[in-house]
Design a protein around this ligand. Structure first.
Ligand code: COA
Length: 177
């Protein structure tokens, strides 16, 4: 093995830039489609693109060198104050099992915690049965069943103040510039 091939490329997780939206949606669809029968890559791309374009969504991507290899999305819930929805957590197939998923989930949770300004909050997600253990490792608790899995919830800042006044992501900047 040459010295060059032994160099480990560092992982960078950051908010995506506006112009990276389409490639993010394509990669997300590529990662999700095989696990969701009936979903074509094409309609997954359009769903991912629609979801990331919703107001206040914060979209993260993980890069190994120049290559986008994973991502995740979080946004304030329209259902409740101080609640956030986590979705589109993905890592490309050949990059799984190396901790990339953990990094993109952590980026979303940190963004929500920062946004709460010390208030108590919650994060919810819809989780397929095969990923329940993964989210339990992050402190999510399994709640109601939904048609293809479970609603899972995590309390953020459990020792914080109860406040409806936590700011929203729009104030903090949505895109990496
Ligand atoms: C789920 C997914 C994002 C995990 O990414 P990953 O990079 O392989 O995950 P990591 O390597 O960071 O693993 C983080 C931890 O979760 C565990 N883990 C990962 N996937 C798991 C699974 N399906 N079930 C149980 N544990 C899992 C790992 O062992 C690791 O545990 P550790 O912290 O004790 O070492 C990836 O498999 C994926 O993209 N799947 C297809 C899309 C999808 O289902 N997304 C989630 C929708 S809710």
């Amino acid at each position: 093995m040459s010295n060059l091939s032994r160099i480990t490329v560092a992982l960078l997780v950051r908010k995506i830039r506006k112009e990276e939206r389409f490639s993010w949606a394509v990669k997300a669809a590529e990662a999700f489609a095989p696990d969701y029968p009936g979903w074509t890559t094409e309609n997954a791309v359009s769903e991912a693109f629609d979801d990331m374009s919703l107001r206040d969504a914060i979209v993260f991507a993980a890069f190994s060198g120049e290559n986008m290899i994973g991502g995740s999305l979080i946004r304030p819930s329209c259902l409740s104050e101080c609640a956030y929805e986590l979705s589109w957590v993905f890592v490309l197939e050949g990059e799984r099992g190396k901790g990339v998923g953990r990094e993109v989930i952590s980026a979303c949770l940190s963004a929500a915690e920062d946004d709460l300004l010390g208030a108590v909050g919650t994060v919810i997600l819809c989780c397929p049965p095969h990923n329940v253990r993964l989210y339990e490792k992050f402190g999510f608790i399994k709640g109601s069943p939904i048609h293809d899995g479970w609603v899972m919830t995590k309390i953020l800042n459990p020792d914080g103040v109860i406040s409806p006044l936590a700011s929203k992501f729009t104030v903090r900047g949505r895109w990496n510039s």
